[in-house]
Design a protein around this ligand. Structure first.
Ligand SMILES: Nc1ncnc2c1ncn2[C@@H]1O[C@H](COP(=O)(O)OP(=O)(O)O)[C@@H](O)[C@H]1O
Ligand SMILES: Nc1ccn([C@H]2C[C@H](O)[C@@H](COP(=O)(O)OP(=O)(O)O)O2)c(=O)n1
Length: 416
């Protein structure tokens, strides 16, 4: 079993576990050792209290199955476990080694019921789930493979010892080709692997196939408008269309609208691959339309990458991939715009606009509202994307003033 193999002595020094307690705090890092050692103060938070402790993760050779099972387990743990149970995101990883992350959960059950054991037992039977339990022994705590009481099993005990945080936050290690895609083929492959379980994938792939190659002719300028929801993108792009006599496009394109809700309910791997492919369809439209007139694009790759990175990265803004990281690099096979403008408004003004609009928000946008940290991470990721980088536009003045500001920028940068 994958997880057990990781615990073999040869790998002990490099395999670390991180448990995210709360979005505002640092995760707790620990590693396993065959010798008991004194628990560090911080570890008392996790292992020192009363209550039963478990961790679990899915093992499967299929990344689609793994992603879906992980999402289902998350949902199941949240709806079935009582309020006396804390469920944390937990991952094991080899420090700073790309693609080494195994995502899972950590459960602290302070209840006197057997609900968590019953739930874990069911999960263990129905899915490829691996469960570990943690036991205290005086001042020490150790981990072993968990099996329900009726199945006695010989198991190796490993003592828990604190570990230092790695240079790169674990949630950044698996971003490439799981959350952000840097070429069309990689996103395409994900949807190909989904066709059995999500029949709509075939239709999406067909729409991608129908688009002709987009070798960019030296046509009219292409200007992308980016920003969080309710920063004024629709208002500005409509005004620019009028004033520049431009063609207005968006990503995801209209032809993907019937599939969006379906893919929005899927785990990040599948959802982000869908949005990535949407950019390539929009790119084909841009290639065609820019031969006739200037093109304004409402959201494009900056949105795809910034939301994906901000969702994947747990905790604070400091946990984002460092500025200059290859994770912020534009995909080589995706048509580049001439100008990208990022609309920014204060959180208060944005909330006011959201309320005035009074429309339904996507779950993600609703989360943005309550989760300032997430909003900060999306904005910061937007700003770190390179080649092309975005130019920040203060979108708090009146629509007319914002339009003038942007027209001025477009005249200077694109000579329109
Ligand atoms: N510059 C502005 N000043 C004040 N309100 C604005 C401005 N731009 C847009 N709005 C209003 O804010 C809300 C969100 O704008 P919208 O263009 O729909 O944003 P987005 O497309 O980025 O979600 C709308 O009700 C719109 O009328
Ligand atoms: N080009 C794009 C556009 C949107 N997305 C994703 C990113 C977020 O999850 C949502 C935001 O879309 P949302 O519907 O809230 O945006 P608008 O209100 O249409 O501006 O879509 C993307 O990944 N790539």
């Amino acid at each position: 079993m994958l997880q057990r193999a990781m615990f073999r002595c040869g790998q002990l020094s490099s395999r670390v576990f991180a448990v995210e307690f709360d979005l505002r705090t640092q995760p707790l890092y620990f590693t396993l050792s065959s010798n008991p050692q004194e628990l560090h103060h911080a570890h008392q938070q996790l292992f020192g209290d009363d209550g039963k402790l478990f961790s679990l993760h899915v093992h499967s050779d299929s990344r689609i199955e793994k992603a879906q099972a992980h999402a289902e387990i998350k949902h199941k743990l949240c709806v079935t476990l009582s309020q006396d149970c804390d469920v944390f995101e937990a991952s094991s990883f080899i420090p700073d080694v790309k693609n080494s992350v195994v995502k899972g959960f950590f459960i602290r059950d302070k209840s006197t019921t057997t609900l968590s054991e019953d739930t874990l037992k069911t999960l263990q039977q129905s899915k490829s789930v691996c469960v570990f339990s943690y036991k205290r022994e005086g001042e020490y705590c150790w981990q072993e493979l968990w099996s329900p009481v009726d199945q006695v099993q010989e198991s190796v005990r490993q003592y828990i010892t604190p570990a230092a945080a790695a240079e790169h936050h674990p949630s950044t290690l698996n971003i490439r080709n799981s959350d952000v895609f840097y070429c069309m083929d990689e996103a395409y492959k994900v949807l190909q692997e989904c066709t059995d379980i999500i029949p709509e994938s075939k239709e999406v792939l067909k729409l991608v196939d129908e688009q002709l190659e987009t070798s960019r002719a030296d046509g009219f300028p292409v200007i992308v408008i980016e920003g969080l929801d309710a920063t004024g993108k629709t208002t500005l792009t409509e005004a620019l269309r009028e004033s520049l006599n431009a063609t207005l496009l968006k990503s995801p394109p209209q032809c993907l609208a019937p599939f969006r809700q379906r893919f929005d309910s899927e785990p990040p791997l599948i959802r982000r691959a869908f949005y990535a492919l949407g950019n390539y369809i929009t790119a084909a439209h841009i290639g065609k339309e820019s031969l006739r007139a200037p093109v304004i694009v409402d959201r494009y790759w900056h949105s795809t990458a910034a939301y994906a990175i901000a969702t994947a990265v747990g905790g604070r803004v400091e946990n984002l991939p460092k500025p200059g990281s290859e994770l912020y690099r534009w995909p080589e096979d995706l048509l580049q715009p001439n100008l990208v403008l990022l609309l920014t408004v204060s959180p208060e003004e944005r909330l006011r606009r959201l309320r005035d609009r009074g429309q339904d928000k996507t779950v993600e946008e609703a989360e943005l509202e309550i989760n300032q940290l997430f909003r900060l991470k999306v904005e910061e990721a937007y700003k770190r994307i390179q080649n092309p980088a975005c130019i920040i536009v203060d979108a708090s003045p009146s629509p007319q003033e914002v339009l003038q500001q942007v027209q001025h920028l477009i005249r200077n940068k694109c000579h329109l």
